[in-house]
Design a protein around this ligand. Structure first.
Ligand code: GLY
Length: 369
């Protein structure tokens, strides 16, 4: 199988996303042309390290690149001031200089955390993303959003800092649990829903094969990355179109907040439920036909994913409380809730003035199940 290359054209900040099998074993050769000296520092987590770190380090060694590695705890809690301080100080102790490269080797948490460390240490060093989760490969490793969570909410401290290279090794997806794979799939299907009805049609037919069929998996990752690259090229700092990538996210962030950002609800699961709710809301507002939310729900169900609020274990707060949690989302503009709604599958748009009663009624109905 060949490696697909998706360029992200951002002038002086342009880079490539390379997608294919075996890229971890080739990482040394892929990264070498970008190095000013044969030295990198790698940050990973305790889930990824035992599975893949030795191969990555061997790949750097094979190119004469000296590499050191820091392994942080896995999980959303690592995207915090505490680990930001630890990682940044460790990188400085490794004598990473302005012209060197830092490698973020993990899922979205490691990518966001180490991207942010790279953005601010020595006023900005370059970094390479080697995403190991489906979610990170199709979303968080591309586009330069970096940051950490604080007591006030998710991703409230961060920077736009584009990577120098992204290596998406589709072989690593074999080691994901079914739950993590499906959570990442929530972000894949989002691209079809927001802007490519043909891709959604393809996913309806082929997505159940993604965990076993490498060629189909590579195509799905590439198509998602192509769509993200296009959006980021047109709107790098989210002044407009990039907000479409937040389809399902206003609902998702409220649900994540209500469930404590943990095992009860993974981010990608919340995105999938949020997409189903966003299409239902769109239909109730007369923006799209009933067929669209029905197809979304049927596809997510066929994939074995969580679709309804009732699929989230444990109690949820009431509709008013969930709307209040949405109000704390950073995407609130002038006190108004902003939603990504759709005129049909593949036709999402930013809606600034959604009637609050429509959201409340939708959530009340959804909570009743
Ligand atoms: N994950 C949404 C974005 O990159 O804009």
């Amino acid at each position: 199988m060949t490696v697909d290359v998706v360029p992200v054209a951002l002038g002086a900040r342009s880079y490539e996303v390379r997608i294919g099998p075996g890229l971890i074993d080739r990482a040394g050769a892929e990264v070498l042309p970008f190095l000013k000296r044969r030295k990198v520092a790698v940050v990973t987590d305790e889930t990824v390290a035992p599975l893949h770190l030795d191969r990555l380090m061997a790949s750097f060694a094979s190119q004469g690149i000296s590499a050191t590695a820091l392994t942080l705890p896995a999980g959303e809690g690592t995207k915090s001031w505490t680990y930001f301080a630890q990682a940044t100080e460790w990188l400085l102790e490794q004598k990473i200089e302005r012209r060197d490269i830092v490698v973020a080797f993990g899922g979205g948490v490691i990518g966001d955390l180490i991207g942010f460390a790279a953005a601010v240490m020595r006023r900005g060093v370059r970094f390479v993303q080697i995403p190991t989760s489906l979610l990170a490969q199709v979303d968080s490793s591309v586009g330069g959003k970096t940051g950490i969570n604080t007591a006030q909410g998710k991703n409230l401290v961060g920077a736009f800092h584009q990577p120098t290279l992204v290596l998406a090794d589709i072989d690593v997806l074999n080691t994901l649990t079914t739950r993590d794979f499906l959570a990442g799939y929530g972000e894949v299907v989002k691209y079809g829903l927001l802007g490519d009805a043909g891709f959604f049609d393809w996913l309806e037919v082929n997505a159940t094969d993604l965990s076993s069929d490498q060629a189909k998996r590579q195509f799905a990752v590439r198509r998602a990355v192509e769509m993200k690259a296009g959006i980021v090229e047109r709107d790098e700092t989210e002044e407009g179109e990039r907000a479409l990538l937040n389809l399902g996210h206003t609902f998702c962030h409220a649900l994540e907040k209500a469930t404590g950002y943990g095992d009860r609800l993974l981010h990608g699961e919340g995105v999938a439920i949020g997409c189903a709710l966003a299409f239902e809301l769109s239909q109730r507002l007369g923006l799209c036909s009933q067929e669209a939310p029905s197809r979304v729900r049927a596809h997510l169900r066929a994939m074995g994913m969580r679709v309804d609020l009732a699929d989230i274990p444990g109690d949820l707060p009431g509709a008013e409380a969930l709307v209040a949690l949405m109000g704390q989302d950073k995407k609130v503009v002038d006190g108004k809730l902003r939603f990504i709604l759709a005129r049909g599958i593949g036709e999402a748009f930013v809606a600034e003035d959604v009637p609050p009663e429509a959201v409340l009624t939708l959530l009340r109905d959804a909570l009743r199940g």
